[in-house]
Write a protein that binds this ligand. Structure first.
Ligand code: ATP
Ligand code: MG
Length: 431
């Protein structure tokens, strides 16, 4: 295993081998200093001509960002940090001058250029930190769900069904048959509710062939899908998600403090997540000067306005909006008994952007079939899905939550593309 800079204190006065990137170089006649770097910190390597003899001249030619291995004894440096007095060294991989500037804070490289050299961009702590936190986000969601007894598994991503509407899907040539990349695991996770896996979650890829050019849409994104059976209504799900979101945000705020400090961020933890119906949201928006047609979905301006309103008035970063109109929801959402114009559904907003959609699902076969017909959904690809509802399907519901969106909002990133390693949008298939 590599010896990392963060562990150097354990090797004081010991002889070690240390490898890293050349961060900077200073040569003063018969002595040279190279600052070596790895992802955890720095080590000053001191090269002396009287020790290294004829090999010393090689130091001059080492380019910044080359990979170098040094052997020698670790000493404490005056003024803090560690130093290695080099007895021998080798240049493992020579670097050409970098195509983008990564260390000079005065030179801001455009994101689109940085992404072309993502591994270099990820040598910068600011970029790396985003992915450390993203990693933690996934870990904490998973941790919460597993602790609650949920089972994690995976559903097919090359599908015939799962293209709920047939629109917005990527076609796959599957041995001369047409298949699709899954838009979401929706139908499969619902089928599991009729099994012993009645509290289910998965992390996975979603593909949407939408030509969106926004700061919140990708054509390939990563999400968390949760489904649970034996619920009373969609408010049960919201109780669960609310606790989960609080847990994840608290955990990040505590366990990732160093990373958050580096980005200069403070995480607002929800106290009591506001929960309003879409009808109530129309009213608040009206007071804010934004008129929406009765029965319409929220547009992105409305999402922002509501986010701002609840932050300013209640200091709450997350908002639940419930009971969307049937006309705006997919066929499997359950409608309200008292007024079937509306559904038992919800969206979750984090700092004024949708991060999740969920609902109680219709579990009564006849009603579900009627709803599918009403929405003109082709029934043939849904055959096996629908079939499941004939043999004892408990009431159930769940949600899908976009991980990239969540990370974007959590870290106040300008664009969702910053939250993924290599993004896919209508224009970018490479790198
Ligand atoms: P939007 O209205 O913002 O386009 P949606 O309602 O179409 O999103 P859903 O089908 O509800 O999206 O997907 C569940 C979640 O997945 C969303 O709440 C969001 O967090 C995320 N998501 C949806 N579409 C995208 C996308 N194109 N890129 C990144 N994340 C997405
Ligand atoms: Mg949605």
């Amino acid at each position: 295993m590599k010896l990392y800079a963060k562990d150097l204190q354990n090797y004081l006065n010991k002889e070690v081998i240390f490898a890293g990137w050349v961060h900077s170089k200073r040569i003063l006649g018969k002595i040279a200093f190279i600052i070596l770097r790895d992802k955890t910190g720095f080590l000053q390597a001191t090269f002396k001509k009287d020790i290294l003899k004829e090999k010393f001249h090689k130091v001059k030619h080492i380019q910044n960002e080359s990979v170098v291995k040094v052997m020698g004894t670790i000493q404490e440096k005056v003024g803090g940090g560690y130093e290695i007095l080099v007895k021998d060294f080798s240049i493992i991989n020579e670097s050409e001058p970098l195509p983008i500037e990564i260390w000079n804070p005065d030179i801001k490289t455009q994101f689109i250029k940085r992404i072309q050299y993502r591994p270099l961009d990820l040598r910068r702590p600011e970029t790396l930190t985003i992915f450390k936190i993203r990693n933690s986000v996934i870990q904490y969601f998973r941790e919460y769900l597993l602790n609650k007894g949920f089972i994690e598994s995976q559903t097919p991503k090359i599908v015939l069904m799962g293209a709920e509407s047939g629109a917005d899907v990527f076609k796959v040539d599957y041995f001369r048959k047409t298949a699709y990349l899954a838009q979401s695991p929706q139908l499969y996770k619902q089928m599991l509710m009729a099994s012993g896996i009645d509290q289910y979650f998965e992390f996975g890829w979603y593909w949407r062939a939408e030509k969106s050019h926004t700061s919140r849409h990708l054509t390939e994104f990563y999400g968390l899908d949760v489904e649970m059976a034996w619920i009373n209504d969609h408010y049960d799900i919201l109780d669960f998600v609310g606790d989960m979101l609080k847990y994840v945000l608290k955990r990040i705020s505590k366990s990732n403090k160093e990373s958050l400090d580096l980005l200069g961020l403070h995480i607002d933890i929800p106290k009591s997540i506001p929960r309003i119906s879409l009808k109530e949201a129309y009213k608040i928006l009206g007071q804010l000067g934004k008129k929406l047609k009765y029965g319409s979905d929220l547009d992105s301006e409305s999402e922002r306005l509501l986010g701002k309103y609840f932050m300013e008035e209640y200091n709450e970063p997350i908002v639940f909006i419930t009971n969307y109109p049937w006309s705006e929801r997919p066929f499997y959402h359950m409608r309200l008994e008292e007024d079937p114009f509306w559904t038992k559904s919800f969206d979750i907003f984090y700092k004024g952007l949708e991060i999740s959609t969920g609902a109680q699902r219709e579990h009564r076969f006849e009603v579900l079939l009627k709803q599918a017909k009403e929405k003109n959904v082709p029934l043939e690809p849904l055959k096996y899905y629908l079939e499941t509802f004939k043999y004892g399907m408990p009431p159930h519901g769940g949600f899908g939550l976009g991980i990239d969106r969540f990370v974007k909002q959590l870290l106040d990133l300008k664009d969702i593309r910053e939250a993924v390693l290599w993004f896919r949008d209508p224009e970018h298939l490479s790198p």
